[in-house]
Design a protein around this ligand. Structure first.
Ligand code: A3P
Length: 321
């Protein structure tokens, strides 16, 4: 009811005001909530999501830090899971940006205090979140068969991709701006959903403890060998490719359908925009799709600093990016 929404909003505004510290960063003001940095609207959506979302066993949750390849992961998972519902040449991906087929939980479905009717979504529901592992509602973590795929990416490429995304969508203004300030913030972990290293480590540890539940993938590995990655995802999700399917070339077909070149050039991704907690042009999700593009933005000395910092933060975890 509207009273419920009002009460929730009151509570939320009070909470955000109380949070300390707050920092102005590219894209707005962020506050630290339980060790993680949030824009106000994002925190509101996160709290609504945590309170109202109930996972079921068949759910598939795609988790990423923003700009780590979420759009690609969504397209691939959607295609793997729905391959018996429609052939690749009739895929809904040809007509719809992946972010509508696999919606974000906190960023889209639960934005503005909205409580969506996700019980009416067809199963398996494929849903996405940028939230750190410990922010996922306990029903996701407790449903024994509900699976999580986490995709991470080299932090220098993530940093570069975020800045270009902000620029492309007008969230920051000057194309000639200095990267010093945002880079410093990134190194201090002060950016939406940051710190970056805690985000990765949360899912890394969970994947080591419970590999049936959390599959940990790297963008760079997908770029290196997409066919093996598609098969690995399908096995993990309980949708393995049969020998006949493999022989018929279905793995390659899905990889090609979801490739950067293919998706980028579809009208549904060239035009239009999506209104999540933020506004984003569909084409801003398809920029270069390369490994190592950071060299065009970040000078070697800064890159060195972030690489050392990551080594320090990842420590003995076994994770390298
Ligand atoms: P770049 O900005 O480096 O090009 P997200 O989907 O998490 O927002 O991440 C966006 C990044 O993934 C962008 O990186 C984008 O170009 C890249 N990307 C989008 N679709 C892709 C695809 N099908 N294959 C590879 N990379 C893709």
């Amino acid at each position: 009811s509207s009273t419920e929404v009002e009460q929730k909003d009151d509570h939320f505004e009070e909470l955000f005001q109380r949070l300390q510290p707050k920092k102005p960063v590219a894209g707005g003001l962020v506050a630290n909530y339980q060790g993680v940095w949030f824009y106000a609207e994002l925190l509101q959506a996160t709290l609504t999501f945590q309170k109202h979302f109930k996972a079921i066993d068949s759910d598939i949750i795609l988790a990423t830090m923003a700009k780590s390849g979420t759009t690609w992961l969504k397209a691939l998972t959607f295609s793997i899971v729905n391959r018996n519902n429609h052939s690749v040449d009739k895929s809904p991906l040809l007509f719809s940006n992946p972010h509508y087929l696999v919606p974000f939980l906190e960023l889209y479905l639960y934005k503005d205090g909205n409580i969506p009717d996700i019980d009416s979504m067809p199963c398996p529901r494929i849903l996405a979140a940028h939230l750190p592992y410990q922010f996922l509602p306990s029903s996701i973590l407790d449903c024994s068969n509900c699976r999580i795929i986490y995709l991470c990416r080299n932090p220098l490429d993530v940093f570069t991709s975020v800045l270009q995304f902000f620029l492309q969508n007008g969230h920051i203004s000057s194309p000639s701006m200095s990267i010093d300030v945002p880079f410093e913030e990134f190194c201090q972990g002060i950016h939406a959903y940051g710190p970056f290293w805690d985000h990765c480590l949360g899912y890394w540890d969970a994947s080591l403890k419970n590999p049936q539940k959390v599959l940990f993938l790297k963008y760079e590995d997908l770029k290196k060998d997409i066919n093996s990655s598609v098969k690995k995802m399908a096995d993990f999700l309980g949708y393995p490719f049969s020998a006949e399917e493999e022989e018929a070339g279905l793995v390659e077909e899905i990889a090609t359908l979801c490739s950067f070149e293919n998706l980028k050039n579809l009208n549904c991704n060239k035009e239009g925009e999506i209104q999540t907690v933020f506004r984003a042009k569909h084409n801003s999700f398809f920029r270069k799709g390369e490994v190592g593009d950071w060299v065009n933005l970040v000078p070697p000395s800064m890159a060195n600093r972030l690489e050392k910092l990551m080594q320090e933060k990842f420590g003995e975890s076994g994770l390298t990016l």
